[in-house]
Design a protein around this ligand. Structure first.
Ligand code: PEP
Ligand code: MN
Length: 259
């Protein structure tokens, strides 16, 4: 099946590789306005931001919920961007279909088969993230739950797996990218931020991901990372993102369009 190109075109508007950037969480309108205002100047028009945040501790910021989705809807109307946001419960589906363009299933919900079946009955593009302890085969089976419902608009996202080494937040498994490209017909992206949990090696690992065959990159960007309500260590400031992206585009240009 070569649905991969069609899905990519629908999501990225013929941009290869494509970028999904934005904050970990939508915190308020003004921060979204600042971040998206900068990202569109770099040509990035697929914006990520979580309204529902599945946090390890119930005492941590849980997201703005429906209010967050309303903010994202305002932002997408103002800037004509596409919005990616995580769905954590099927009861929010109807409202999310009205307010976002692409649904994300987070690592913690990759095994939530009832949610996957519900998404299989929709026709909205879905980014399915690999569970933090999921084998590649389990990841492919989770994807199958969506596809069997009839929704082929699927993007697979490697976001690192849990291991013993705490130098990075997770271990970015690039063989997963190559294997999924080889064995499935779906676009594959790499979430640099949640894989690494740090910014200093983001550029190197972005290049490595693209060399392994990734079709796109997801990355967290915040206007004031030190005070972010979630994942403050891994989010790039606007300036850091600007530098990272310029270096990436420069290396792309100098090697003649090959990453
Ligand atoms: C996210 O992308 O906001 C997120 C929570 O990531 P993951 O599900 O990969 O941990
Ligand atoms: Mn995050």
């Amino acid at each position: 099946m070569d649905s991969s190109k069609e899905i990519l075109n629908e999501i990225s508007g013929h941009q290869y590789p494509f970028f999904i950037a934005g904050p970990c969480s939508v915190e308020n309108y003004n921060m979204m306005d600042k971040i998206v205002g900068m990202l569109i100047k770099k040509g990035i028009n697929i914006i990520r931001a979580g309204a529902f945040k599945p946090r390890t501790s119930p005492n941590d910021f849980q997201g703005l919920g429906l209010e967050g989705l309303r903010i994202l809807d305002e932002i997408r109307k103002k800037y004509k961007v596409k919005i990616v946001s995580e769905i954590v419960d099927a009861k929010y589906l109807d409202f999310m279909l009205e307010t976002v363009d692409i649904l994300q299933v987070g690592a913690r919900n990759m095994h939530n088969f009832e949610l996957l079946k519900v998404l299989g009955r929709t026709r909205i593009p879905v980014i399915l993230k690999r569970g933090m302890c999921a084998t590649i085969n389990e990841f492919k089976c989770a994807a199958e739950y969506i596809v069997q419902g009839g929704n082929e608009k699927l993007v697979l996202c490697e976001r690192g797996i849990r291991s013993y080494d705490n130098s990075t937040r997770n271990v970015l498994d690039l063989s997963c990218v190559a294997i999924l490209k080889e064995e499935t017909g779906y676009p594959v992206i790499v979430d640099i931020s949640h894989s690494l949990g740090r910014k200093d090696i983001a550029l190197a690992m972005t290049k490595a991901s693209l060399a392994a065959g990734a079709d796109g990159i997801m990355i967290e960007v915040h206007n004031n990372p030190e005070h972010a309500l979630s994942d403050s260590k891994q989010q790039m400031s606007l300036l850091e993102f600007d530098r990272y992206y310029n270096k990436l585009v420069y290396s792309y240009d100098t090697v003649g369009g090959v990453w």
